[in-house]
Design a protein around this ligand. Structure first.
Ligand code: FAD
Length: 515
């Protein structure tokens, strides 16, 4: 019996030795296929770059960084992982501007999406300006500032925006993509014609509302769970050249919110004088006040106002114009703000170029960076608060928590939007009614971080206890139970989508939904 078995045992032993030697020599517990082997890097500096993010709160070590030089590389990577008995997780990383480790993976592979830009060699943004309804095809790794510039030269622009433009298209479409234009045009995920997606099975699929629509809707707002977006087709409209930018100050939240709701529903006598952008910012009685919008001569009286009331609500209204409409823009603004109850004499305005306005957060970044105030921890909290409960939120959170605790907050936004502009078929979550977008955006020192994280927890707890029904945007949940609660009745759909498109649960593990 031994004689017969011996050759088999020897072969097995020999195979074992080969596998073990290979594993000992290979830096990974698996050996990558030859055609993509040189795209993995374990260089400590490269690994370190993807082990944290803008938030600087979490740190996770991945086992390798994958640098794709084509879309099919991404497909091969995902198929390879799926072929293993113990697959590794895969985190696509755009600009790494998430706050809570969403683009990281512990022990898995990070895909450096920005590398695709070199592969495309200038073809990452293709503007189809000669079509009757123009659009732009954009690589998932591209950033919005480049889309702004590439479309603007053709006199065109996308409809929906984020405030900050150094974010990747793939990531904002995986979240939502929101700012003060959402009340009119919806989030960026409501402004997409078509996507190319590499699914969690490694298949490259083109999808839209009419073609492979189950994947299309799964991926939009899908937090990277179902596929990696490699191209998006985004509709375009005429671009303005300039904007009229108005700030109006309020000391009473009820009046402020009523006026904001008026502004986002106002259409004008002929139905075509809508606001182009409406946001709101809190001015708190704190030393780090950014008053750069206001004339220097007015700054002292603004400071006294904030000192008197502790909290001032600033309405931000923008109207676009160009050479043909510059004569009427002032009248249009007058019509828009007619009857609004801001504090008399506290209305300020300025003109800016379209790009200057769109890229305004970059100006803040470039001011803060040299002061060492940009690359610091960012325990941010973004919430969608139902309109019917926004007064309770103001009392409980703005006045009850933030003002009372007097923790410095660099920027707090609050602005109204229309729920019907969101498509419930996507994976994104919103309240069931019109809501306010609230962003509490502090920057802090490491030794103060816990204080801010505790404050966020308090805000969430308040919302829970008071039954506010708020939903987090760019959500961060610690446990799967919290995710189940977050998705509510949609959880079953999310689970089914995961099973269909990423059954081995490889993608975007940093979100912590399934891993
Ligand atoms: P990353 O941090 O690299 O990734 C975020 C998530 O998306 C990860 O889960 C990642 O795996 C996944 N992902 C990345 N690329 C892809 C892809 N191609 N396909 C599928 N999944 C992918 N958001 C707004 O909506 N409006 C704003 O006005 C706004 N302002 C911001 C201002 C600043 C200064 C910052 C830092 C963030 C802001 N955000 C805003 C939030 C921002 O939209 C998200 O954090 C976004 O995910 C960051 O983009 P990123 O390219 O850095 O993504």
């Amino acid at each position: 019996l031994l004689k017969i078995a011996r050759p088999k045992v020897l072969i097995l032993l020999w195979l074992n030795i080969i596998v073990l030697t290979h594993a000992a020599l290979s830096p990974y517990p698996w050996s990558p296929p030859k055609d993509i082997a040189n795209k993995f890097s374990r260089d400590p500096a490269t690994l370190s770059q993807v082990s944290s993010d803008f938030g600087l709160i979490f740190h996770r070590n991945s086992s390798a960084v994958f640098t794709p030089t084509s879309i099919s590389d991404i497909s091969k990577l995902i198929k390879f992982s799926n072929s293993l008995s113990c697959p590794f997780t895969i985190a696509p990383r755009g600009q790494g501007h998430a706050s809570y480790g969403q683009a990281m993976t512990r022990g898995g592979v990070v895909v450096n999406m920005t590398a695709l830009n070199d592969y495309r060699n200038g073809s990452g943004i293709v503007v189809h300006h000669d079509k009757q309804t123009p659009y732009v095809d954009v690589g998932g790794e591209q950033i919005w500032i480049d889309v702004l510039r590439a479309t603007f030269v053709h006199g065109l622009t996308p409809f929906a925006w984020t405030d900050y433009l150094y974010l990747s298209i793939g990531a904002t479409l995986s979240n939502g993509g929101i700012n003060g234009r959402a009340f009119r045009f919806g989030p960026q995920i409501s402004n997409v014609h078509e996507l190319d997606v590499v699914t969690g099975k490694g298949d490259l699929v083109t999808c839209s509302a009419n073609k492979n629509s189950d994947l299309f809707y799964a991926v939009l707002g899908g937090l990277g769970q179902f596929g990696i977006i490699t191209r998006a087709r985004i509709p375009l409209g005429p671009a303005p050249t300039r904007v009229k930018w108005v700030h109006m100050l309020y000391n009473d939240f009820s009046t402020f919110s009523k006026d904001q709701e008026h502004l986002i529903t106002f259409k004008g006598r002929n139905g075509n004088n809508q606001a182009d952008f409406v946001e709101g910012v809190l001015m708190l009685n704190q030393p780090s006040q950014d008053l750069s919008f206001y004339p220097e001569s007015d700054q002292p009286r603004i400071i006294s106002l904030v000192t008197q009331y502790d909290i001032i609500y600033v309405m931000e209204l923008v109207k676009y114009y160009d050479d043909n409409t510059q004569d009427q823009v002032d009248q249009e603004i007058e019509d828009l703000i007619h009857g609004l109850k801001f504090i008399p004499t506290f209305k300020f305005d300025k003109n800016a170029s379209y790009e200057e306005f769109q890229n305004r957060i970059r100006t803040i970044e470039l001011t803060l960076k040299p002061l060492g105030l940009w690359d610091v921890p960012h325990p941010w909290l973004d919430l969608y608060v139902p309109g019917s409960r926004i007064m309770d939120f103001d009392e409980g959170v703005f006045k009850g928590i933030i003002l009372k605790q007097n923790i410095t907050a660099r920027r707090i936004l609050v602005y109204a939007t229309n729920q019907k502009r969101w498509d419930d078929k996507t994976s994104a979550m919103t309240p069931d009614e019109d809501f306010y977008i609230v962003s509490i955006l502090p920057s802090t020192r490491f030794d103060n971080l816990e204080l801010y994280l505790a404050q966020n927890q308090q805000v969430l707890q308040f919302c829970e206890d008071a039954g506010i029904g708020a939903k987090q945007y760019t959500p961060h949940n610690k446990t799967q139970e919290e995710w189940v609660e977050y998705y509510g009745p949609k959880w079953k759909t999310i689970q089914q989508r995961k099973l269909q498109f990423d059954p081995n649960k490889l993608l975007a593990p940093g979100q912590g939904i399934f891993n």
